[in-house]
Design a protein around this ligand. Structure first.
Ligand code: ZN
Length: 439
């Protein structure tokens, strides 16, 4: 019975069905000609999704198992909240900035308000959640932390489990082998939220601007269905989308900003450098002008991540740099690379000094003592959010290593300017609020 609390699942997704359940419709007619899927919210023209005998299905969310009008969703409402005692084992201390956000989150969760937390890259945002999660669990509430990225979920799980050592927890994502079971605290990918209905009193979405959540109406629908109507929805981001910013300015979402990192240093501001016809030079097997000198300068103090806009260019650049820097261990990594996990680990362990990479390393990874170069920052693959995230790879650890960020381009774009402005704005707010110490 517990298995169905707050769930919205098909019969084949249930381990053991008892007599006690509610049936919810899978699809809803919108007009004579169109029908809406009630798992993912997509509306289809009936004639495009008709199966047989007047049965319709939803192609949009079919990877989660086919929804059609010949079935129903099995569901049971969440039980009443019963306060309970929860073991909370966190002895860290929040900075002044973190504490302010933590307090405001606690208030919002208590009121059932939705909010966005805009915390700069490397701010230490997970710690700010602990108190509120603890408070919610103690009141008998159900809490989920979801992220579009499975690697973020896998990293979060042990951290949260360590803070709530005796709490039953489950990690849900597309490739898991563990069966679903009811827990008051869970971590999942945003896709998994499509299987919940009115389940969570507190639903936190981490990296809300990341692929595939951003611009994906299915996943956004899933979020609105999974949170209780009197629950609190919290978006966490270092680079909010225009949509979210609009919602905060219209007061649909409360906003808390954490403009400074826990170590109280300002965010490194990217330095812009003109790099004539970088694309052509790399394609011809030559190093773009000024790149070699810049690498030598940066490598004297730190390891180096070089972001490059395409796999072809990355591989070509790798060959060129190998010839120039014979004694410096380097590698190149991208999303299609079978050895990408090992290579990232090697970079972390300092087996390489230079890693040429695509945007796969733009977020979610922390390296000790690195500088960053974006080669071709004016390329369309680098959005403002991507550039801010990439710049955010530098100076994340407590120890200062004078890491630098360089954007190389052959035509400064609005995107580049917006990224630099956003970083400077956060630094300005951080100083105004007394959260940054000058070096
Ligand atoms: Zn659907």
């Amino acid at each position: 019975m517990k298995e169905l609390w707050g769930r919205k699942v098909l019969l084949k997704e249930i381990k053991q069905l008892t007599n006690h359940y509610q049936c919810l419709p899978t699809m809803k007619e919108r007009t004579i000609k169109s029908i809406e899927c009630l798992r993912c919210g997509q509306i289809h023209e009936k004639h495009t999704v008709s199966l047989f005998n007047g049965v319709y299905f939803c192609p949009a969310c079919i990877q989660l198992g086919r929804v059609d009008t010949g079935q129903c969703f099995y569901h049971l409402p969440e039980p009443e909240l019963i306060p309970r005692s929860v073991d909370f084992s966190w002895e860290g201390e929040l900075t002044k900035g973190q504490q302010e956000v933590s307090d405001s989150l606690l208030t919002s969760a208590d009121k059932g308000e939705s909010k966005m937390i805009w915390a700069v890259t490397g701010a230490g945002k997970t710690e700010m959640l602990f108190k509120t999660i603890y408070d919610c669990l103690s009141k008998g509430k159900r809490v989920a932390i979801a992220s579009p990225r499975v690697d973020v979920c896998m990293e979060l799980f042990p951290r949260i489990q360590a803070v709530f050592p005796n709490e039953e927890m489950i990690l849900l994502h597309g490739k898991m082998e563990e069966d679903y079971r009811y827990t008051k605290l869970l971590i999942c990918t945003t896709h998994q939220l499509l299987r919940f209905f009115q389940a969570f009193d507190l639903l936190i979405i981490d990296e809300v601007d990341a692929f595939p959540f951003v611009g994906n109406p299915l996943l956004q629908y899933g979020v609105t269905q999974a949170v209780k109507s009197n629950g609190s929805l919290v978006y966490l981001t270092a680079t909010p989308t225009k949509d979210l910013m609009k919602k905060t300015s219209q007061n649909q979402l409360k906003l808390s900003i954490l403009p400074a990192r826990y170590h109280r240093r300002s965010l490194p501001v990217p330095k812009l450098k003109w790099c004539n016809r970088w694309q052509k030079r790399v394609t011809r097997g030559k190093a773009p002008s000024g790149l070699v000198a810049l690498i030598r300068q940066l490598i004297a103090n730190n390891d180096l991540l070089i972001f490059c806009p395409s796999i072809v260019l990355m591989e070509q650049l790798e060959k060129t740099l190998r010839k120039t820097f014979l004694d410096i261990p380097l590698a190149c990594v991208h999303s299609q690379d079978a050895e990408r996990i090992e290579k990232v680990l090697n970079m972390r362990n300092k087996a390489y000094r230079i890693l040429i990479t695509s945007t796969i390393l733009e977020r979610g990874v922390t390296f000790d003592g690195v500088s960053v170069i974006v080669l071709g920052a004016n390329h369309s693959v680098f959005s403002t959010a991507a550039l801010v995230q990439i710049a955010g790879r530098v100076d994340r650890k407590m120890k200062y290593t004078a890491g630098e960020v360089w954007f190389l381009h052959d035509g400064c774009t609005q995107t580049i300017k917006a990224a630099v402005q956003q970083i400077k704005k956060m630094n300005r707010i951080g100083r105004e609020r007394g959260l940054i110490d000058e070096l």
